[in-house]
Design a protein around this ligand. Structure first.
Ligand SMILES: Nc1ncnc2c1ncn2[C@@H]1O[C@H](COP(=O)(O)OP(=O)(O)O)[C@@H](O)[C@H]1O
Ligand SMILES: [Mg+2]
Length: 296
């Protein structure tokens, strides 16, 4: 009997199916016989729970693991409550989700193995520059409390001088729209180790993504389609003692001097699987870990 059920965002054009971005995960679940459900996130955001759960089907007997887009903490909390009222339990609680998603929540747990960071609530550039003084002079890297606008590098995340703070924050906000979370995080701009030009387009830097489930490290892979060797990554298993979440990711970046830093933590359910990570291996590892925890 499978020990968990996966909940995906429904595809906006075919509400009975998961969003096609999760097709590889879906086919792994089908192969492994792990049940799944869908929820209509737009309806959930709009507060229409009947519509949100229209194609959810019967309540699974197993606890639920959400795998989907990043939600605001209040949205995740609403999802947990709506599931509870249908007799379903999530493995990740609303509190766990906040702790792994929000920079100010997880940063203290990684500060000694990350590079410096300061943050503000809201998006006032004067306030951001005041806070940034603790870091020394620019250049800085900025993001909101959950995500950056790395897709529009450099103008949405790199602050080369003080006068660039205001337009960069504006570009970040415009890019993130209603996904913008909390406030601004400011960090020194680090020199990442360049791996080369990607055949898929763009520059590649050495980064890794780790997933932890129920206190165990279940996967470690290069972040991108091409990457370095995971065996070079220092042992990060201590993180499971520090992050109050049963399911989270940790990203490790390598800088030009060869040092590894923990860049950020993420909620395991809303962190993308790196392209080289096989969803079959990922879900098998989760299944194994949960059955062992159940047996213990
Ligand atoms: N301080 C920094 N200096 C240089 N590059 C950075 C810095 N912080 C993040 N990056 C780069 O930007 C990318 C996105 O930053 P990250 O903090 O992971 O935000 P996101 O939540 O959008 O993934 C990282 O994968 C890393 O390559
Ligand atoms: Mg990241």
């Amino acid at each position: 009997m499978p020990s968990f059920c996966v909940l995906f965002p429904a595809f906006c054009d075919g509400l009975r199916e998961p969003d096609p971005s999760f097709n590889r995960e879906l086919s792994a679940l089908e192969t492994l016989g792990i049940p799944w459900r869908v929820v209509n996130l737009d309806a959930l955001r709009g507060g229409d729970l009947v519509k949100a759960f229209r194609f959810f089907g019967d309540a699974p007997s197993q606890p639920i693991i959400y795998r989907g887009w990043i939600l605001h903490p209040e949205e995740f909390s609403n999802l947990v409550d709506a599931l509870a009222s249908r007799g379903c339990r999530t493995i990740t609680t609303a509190e766990n989700y906040r702790q792994a998603l929000l920079f100010p929540e997880f940063y203290p747990a990684i500060a000694d193995c990350s590079f410096p960071a300061v943050w503000i609530e809201g998006s006032d550039p004067v306030h951001a520059l005041q806070a940034a003084q603790q870091l020394g002079p620019p250049p800085y890297f900025i993001k909101d409390h959950a995500k950056s606008a790395k897709e529009i590098w450099p103008h949405g995340c790199v602050v080369l001088d003080k006068k660039a703070m205001a337009p960069t924050i504006r570009a970040l906000q415009d890019f993130r729209e209603d996904q913008f979370e909390g406030g601004i995080v400011i960090r020194p701009l680090m020199r990442r180790r360049y791996i080369g030009e990607s055949p898929f387009g763009g520059e590649l830097f050495e980064e890794y993504r780790l997933f932890f489930f129920l206190g165990s490290l279940i996967s470690l892979s290069a972040y991108d389609r091409i990457g370095g060797s995971g065996s070079s990554v220092p042992d990060c298993r201590f993180l499971s003692q520090r992050i109050d979440s049963p399911f989270f990711s940790a990203d490790v970046v390598v800088c030009e001097d060869g040092r590894h830093y923990i860049l950020e933590i993420g909620d395991g359910g809303s962190s993308a699987l790196p392209p080289t990570l096989s969803p079959m291996e990922f879900y098998s590892a989760m299944e194994r870990t949960l059955s062992q925890a159940g047996a213990a």
